[in-house]
Design a protein around this ligand. Sequence first.
Ligand SMILES: [Zn+2]
Ligand SMILES: [Zn+2]
Length: 319
Amino acid sequence: MKELGIDTLNNSKVIIARDRKDRPMDEIKKEINKEDNEEYNKECPFCRGNEEQITEETYVIKKNTQWIVKSVKNKYPIIDNNPLNEIKGEHDVIIDTYKHNGNFYNMNEEEFYNLLLVYKKRFKDFKEDENTKYICLFKNYLRDAGASLMHPHSQILSLPFIPPNLEEEYKVCDGFYKKMGINMYKYIIQEEIKYEKRLIYNDVDFLVFVPQVCRFTGDTVILFKDNLYFYEVEDNKLKKLSFILKKLFDKIYEENGNCPFNLYIHAHPVNEENDYRDIYNVHIHIVPRKFNFGGFELSTGMYVSSIKSEDIAKKLKFD
Ligand SMILES: [Zn+2]
Ligand SMILES: [Zn+2]
């Protein structure tokens, strides 16, 4: 049976075709390339010890005098502050860990926590420029997910406008609020807890779940329950979030092996009079690139879902 579904977070149209899950698909390899298996790689610009190969550091966290996580200016930025530019902004690379062979599947809680502290710090710094309207924070893991270098890294950039996907999300929650008189995310939290089968994890500060209809199959959402700006989330909450990331990525690895993925934080606009403070909740999308998209999706702007969110959530559940 084929149905038409709507991703409630962003209003995307999705064709639900459950029988496609039985189509043959190549296995994803569990192991990591041998040459990337060492903690240090002499060719890698992001490795500790190869500092002369990279551009200016913007923030560093050290342990016993040596850096463990840091952000640097992107050498090949999407956006920069060249006075000749029509659009200006900043673009940093965040080196998730000094370990060349580190990744979200093997990092420990403390490593996640330090990384989150850098995310927050650079987010806060970028917001200081009043021309910035949106701060985009994301991570690509493996070439299939868009990563160009193996060494674990994330990216953060500031934009002088609100990008279309976010405009859509703000529009959706604004419309919901005008119609129903409540925050859509609070409503989703309530309903998902009641339904239970799409929940992965739930505590006082976060809800981790797979939305009923997802534009990208397997899209796992970590939702902040309070209406906080990302840059003002308290460090104890980031601690909890690092626990969640550790547990969740253990589960994803168990289920999908060394699967490419994208992770991105969706947050409020900055320096805008109407910033949807009380009706929008910061959340993190984690999209495994196991069920990739192709010509149909690029051609139509529609997505195809073959796996039930309940089945994905069941396998990733933790406590
Ligand atoms: Zn490296
Ligand atoms: Zn979102």
